[in-house]
Design a protein around this ligand. Structure first.
Ligand code: HEM
Length: 393
């Protein structure tokens, strides 16, 4: 590949775009970042941001996505070790990115919109290559500059503002979990000394931008978004303390009953399967369940296996014994709680099955082979934070 292509004066290998576009499989995955070509095939599984995001860019220009994430200098050093050449100069125009002039209003005297901490962003297109889709996104909530002449006079200010904007955007970027760096990639990269790095995020998952110190006399203000989330979903009663009771959900009892087994059936099911899901309850924040197992063996592990991504990956969470047992309810009970991520696609589901592992073997209740499924449902017209919950289907 690329043998017939010219090289740059300093010996860098050039690849034609068509050639790069072919490297889009698991066997060979190349991406372009800032006109440099990277072979990320061996890095796919180790990428802290996941294999999928790289696969989506395979064979194409990943510059914008790479920069959007705000990769660290460590990440950039890693990337350097995967560079195999550059995009042929004749093909660079084919992947040219858009250039935007960024205006920050509200930062100059007399232009304030009354939100000192949240500047209004004014974006103006300099080139006309922006796609209409992109333009739609950019213009969403953003305004055109009002007076062109005034803006030209203030070019210097704009430069200053652009750096403020960059800082602002960085602060408002969604906080990301910190990577577990693969040891092999850390040779010679700073930060690989095994020390833990910690990041803070607010209730919406955004990076902590500043720290405010409250005095003892000052009442902390709870943002209305956070309050409304709690108001919409009052805490449910503690179902785990109420054994042998019907499945309950403040959200959709009928549908739950249709999907989950009848609790009075659990006697029969636990005899047959040795383990069964007896009850489940759902709130916007978590899914709680009660598992019943046949009494007997002392050394056992009871838990739930669940996935938020259709079993691409899954988690086994151990269930803990429920303290009190009511008379007339044979077997032992274990409770589990699965916390649902705050940011889910509207179509997301959680699938799960419950298990018992003992010296006699492994036993499962997987809803007769179909697993238990809860679908995430958004309610239109409200913000995602107060509008969605899991529903049984
Ligand atoms: C050779 C190319 C790449 C390398 C070496 C690389 C490396 C890394 C590293 C080390 C991190 C951890 C955070 C950090 O240190 O910045 C990271 C995070 C991430 N990367 Fe990349 N990356 C590459 C390309 C990409 C591309 C093309 C995309 C998007 C299409 C991407 C998306 C992400 C995302 C979304 C995260 C955040 C994961 C999280 O913390 O939740 N990366 N990457």
């Amino acid at each position: 590949m690329g043998e017939n292509e010219p090289q740059s004066p300093d010996g860098v290998r050039y690849f034609r775009l068509s050639e790069i576009e072919e490297q889009n499989s698991f066997k060979s995955t190349w991406i372009i970042i800032n006109n440099k070509v990277y072979d990320v095939t061996k890095f796919l599984e180790e990428h802290p941001g996941g294999e999928e995001v790289l696969r989506e860019q395979a064979g194409g220009n990943a510059t914008e996505s790479f920069e959007d994430v705000g990769h660290s200098s460590d990440a950039r050093q890693m990337a350097a070790s995967m560079m195999i050449g550059e995009l042929h100069p004749d093909d660079r125009h084919k992947i040219a990115t858009k250039e935007l002039v960024v205006y920050l209003a509200g930062s100059r005297s007399g232009r304030s919109h009354g939100h000192a901490a949240l500047p209004h962003l004014h974006l103006r297109e300099r080139r006309s290559v922006m796609s209409s889709e992109k333009r739609g996104q950019m213009e969403n909530g953003l305004k055109e500059p009002q007076e062109q002449e005034e803006e030209q006079e203030e070019d210097l200010d704009d430069e200053l503002d652009a750096s403020r904007l960059e800082r602002f955007m960085r602060d408002r970027r969604r906080a990301r979990s910190l990577p577990a760096y693969p040891a092999a990639l850390l040779d010679g990269v700073s930060g690989g000394d095994g020390r833990k790095r910690v990041k803070f995020a607010d209730s919406m998952g955004l990076n902590l931008a500043s720290v405010k110190h409250f005095s003892a006399l000052e009442e902390p203000q709870i943002p209305s978004k956070v309050l409304s989330r709690h108001r919409s979903f009052p805490p449910q009663q503690d179902l785990l303390s109420d054994l042998c009771q019907s499945f309950k959900s403040g959200l959709d009892t009928d549908r739950l009953l249709a999907c989950f087994p009848e609790p009075r059936d659990s006697e029969r099911r636990v005899q047959r399967l040795r383990v069964c899901l007896e009850r489940v309850t759902i709130s916007q924040f978590d899914v709680r369940g009660q598992i019943r197992v046949s009494s007997g063996c002392s050394d056992k592990e009871v838990g739930v296996r669940y996935t938020f991504n259709d079993w691409l990956s899954y988690v086994d969470a151990q269930a803990l014994p429920v303290a009190a047992e009511q008379p007339g309810c044979g077997g032992e009970r274990f409770g589990f709680t699965v916390y649902t991520p705050p940011f889910m696609d509207p179509s997301s589901s959680v699938h799960f099955a419950v298990y018992l592992k003992s010296e006699e073997g492994e036993f499962w209740d997987n809803n007769e082979g179909q697993n238990y499924t809860l679908r995430y449902r958004s309610m239109p017209g409200t913000t995602p934070f107060v509008s969605a919950a899991f529903y049984a289907t």
